[in-house]
Write a protein that binds this ligand. Structure first.
Ligand code: URA
Length: 258
C-alpha cells in the first residue's frame, strides 16, 4: 500500500508526485511525442514543477521555529487545524490536537488518532480511550481534572497504520509546542510508536516501559498502549505496575513542592 495514495471524487486512484517525478514524466512524454510524430528528438522544453507534498522540516528546524509560533493552546489548535505539512492531511476528517486541563499533572501521549477520534476531533474516545480513562482513574487522574491527552501525530494515519517517521517529524513541532505551553509535571507515553518517536530509540516497549527517563527535561514514563491491553489481557499486570510508578512519582513531586 502506498501511504500517500489518495482518491479523487470519482474514486480514481491519485498519487501525489515530487517535482523531479513530474519532470521525468514530462521529459518522457515529450520524447514519446516527438518520436511518434517523426522519429526525431527535439530539444527539451523547460517546465517548472512543484512537489504535491512538502518534505517535512527537520526536527531541529522545527525547534528553532518554536518561539515564533503559537503562544496559546487555542492558537496552536488553529495552526494544527490548517496544517498541510504532511500527506496525512489529505485523509483526515478532523484534526485531533488533544484535550484536557491547561496546567496538567500529566501529559498523556499516544501515537495518533483512530477512526473515532478522526470523526469527533477528540483524542482517545474509542474503546482504547475508554480503557485509558479507566487506567487513569485508577491512580486518581482524568482528562477533566488533571491530565492533557495528546498524540504524536494529529491526523489519522490511513487504515490505522503506524505513522511514518516523516509524518512524526512533520508533526513534532506541535507536540513540542504543547509541551512548552502545558508544562506538565510528567509525561505518560503510551505504546511503542510514541515511545520510540519521543526517545529516538529502537527499544521495544516490553523493555522500555516502566523506566523513568526524560523528554526535553520533563520526566517521562512509558507503558503499553491501551489497544495492546485490549488485545492481550496478560499485559494488565505490567500496566498496573507502571501506573503505580506514575502515581508514586507524582506523589513525591507533590511533597517536594507543596
Ligand atoms: N490511539 C491513539 O494512540 N490515540 C488516540 O487518540 C486513539 C487511539
Amino acid at each position: 500500500m502506498n501511504p500517500y495514495e489518495t482518491f479523487d471524487t470519482k474514486g480514481r486512484r491519485q498519487r501525489p508526485l515530487k517535482a523531479e517525478q513530474k519532470a521525468s514524466l514530462a521529459r518522457f512524454l515529450d520524447l514519446a511525442g516527438d518520436y511518434l510524430r517523426d522519429g526525431y528528438t527535439y530539444s527539451q522544453k523547460a517546465y517548472t514543477f512543484t512537489d504535491d507534498f512538502r518534505e517535512p522540516r527537520s526536527v531541529e528546524a522545527d525547534h528553532a521555529a518554536l518561539p515564533l509560533r503559537a503562544d496559546s493552546l487555542e492558537a496552536l489548535e488553529a495552526e494544527i487545524q490548517h496544517c498541510r505539512d504532511c500527506p496525512l492531511h489529505t485523509h483526515r476528517i478532523k484534526t485531533v490536537p488533544g484535550e484536557g486541563v491547561a496546567r496538567p499533572l500529566v501529559l498523556v501521549i499516544g501515537e495518533g488518532p483512530g477512526a473515532d477520534e478522526d470523526t469527533s476531533g477528540r483524542p482517545f474516545v474509542g474503546k482504547a480511550g475508554q480503557l485509558l480513562d479507566r487506567m487513569l482513574a485508577s491512580v486518581d487522574l482524568s482528562r477533566e481534572r488533571n491530565c492533557f491527552i495528546a498524540n504524536v501525530v494529529k491526523c489519522r494515519p490511513p487504515h490505522n497504520r503506524d505513522p511514518l517517521p516523516e509524518e512524526i517529524a512533520a508533526c513534532a513541532r506541535f507536540l513540542n509546542r504543547q509541551l512548552a505551553l502545558l508544562k506538565p509535571r510528567m509525561i505518560f507515553c503510551l505504546g511503542r510508536v510514541a515511545l520510540q518517536a519521543l526517545l529516538h530509540t529502537d527499544a521495544g516497549i516490553g523493555r522500555a516501559r516502566g523506566q523513568l527517563t526524560t523528554y526535553q527535561g520533563f520526566p517521562l514514563l512509558g507503558t503499553y498502549h491501551p489497544s495492546a491491553l485490549l488485545r492481550d489481557v496478560s499485559l494488565k499486570r505490567a500496566v498496573w505496575e507502571d501506573l503505580k510508578i506514575l502515581r508514586d512519582q507524582l506523589a513525591a513531586l507533590d511533597t517536594r513542592e507543596p
